[in-house]
Design a protein around this ligand. Sequence first.
Ligand SMILES: CNc1ncnc2c1ncn2[C@@H]1O[C@H](/C=C/CNC(=O)c2cc(-c3ccc(F)cc3)cc(O)c2O)[C@H](F)[C@H]1O
Ligand SMILES: [Mg+2]
Length: 214
Amino acid sequence: TGTTRPIRILQFVQRCAKHGDALSVISAIDSFCSKVEWAMNVGDKKGEILDAIVLETRPRWVLELGTYCGYSTVRIARLLPPGARLVTIEMNPHYAQVAKEVIQHAGLEAQVELLVGSSSILIPQLKKKLDIEKFDLVFIDHWKISYLPDTKLLEECGLLRAGSVLLADNVVCPGAPDYLHYVRNSPQYQSQYYQSYLEYLQVEDGLEKSIFLG
Ligand SMILES: CNc1ncnc2c1ncn2[C@@H]1O[C@H](/C=C/CNC(=O)c2cc(-c3ccc(F)cc3)cc(O)c2O)[C@H](F)[C@H]1O
Ligand SMILES: [Mg+2]
């Protein structure tokens, strides 16, 4: 009984962050998760690398796998050019509801399409459902064992184009070894590791940026 960690994060955001101010939502979550309760958000250090890659990519269509509480959803959506859209997939309805309210508090609901369901079911439906051609940027942050199968599914569904950027969280901790081997050895990808730290801790982690070559 009682609340869940995502609910406690949402309550802190609703109490301490200014409605419509994405930066205050981001810093409220980082403050809560670094001082009160750790949570698996990409966090402030890796978040700065994520921000830089969103800005350099200037994406029109972004896909996020694993919404959780919506922290990285807000980080990405706040940096999108007008008309650009972020599709985020979350299979846990409780997490999805929390994320929906976090995204609303940040005032970014117009830029975000939050889909509740498993990526393996929803990815093949995206072209039909959302009139999408290809994704310019994919942020991968769901179950680590699902990174590789879902990357192959994106390829098979024709959702990547030459130049599409995949950005994967946690390639060191907890790690995604089969995914890392694939993107670093496949001739279809140009891959680069960005060393950083696990969210809110002094443990190494990093992001892997992989450009699909088509
Ligand atoms: C498989 N298809 C899915 N489709 C839609 N939503 C999904 C799917 N699979 C999961 N979800 C959804 O995506 C989320 C899952 C995120 C998993 N993330 C982590 O495990 C993760 C773990 C650590 C970590 C590091 C050190 C340590 F000591 C303990 C933990 C750090 C991180 O940054 C992480 O991202 C959500 F929970 C799940 O419903
Ligand atoms: Mg992560």
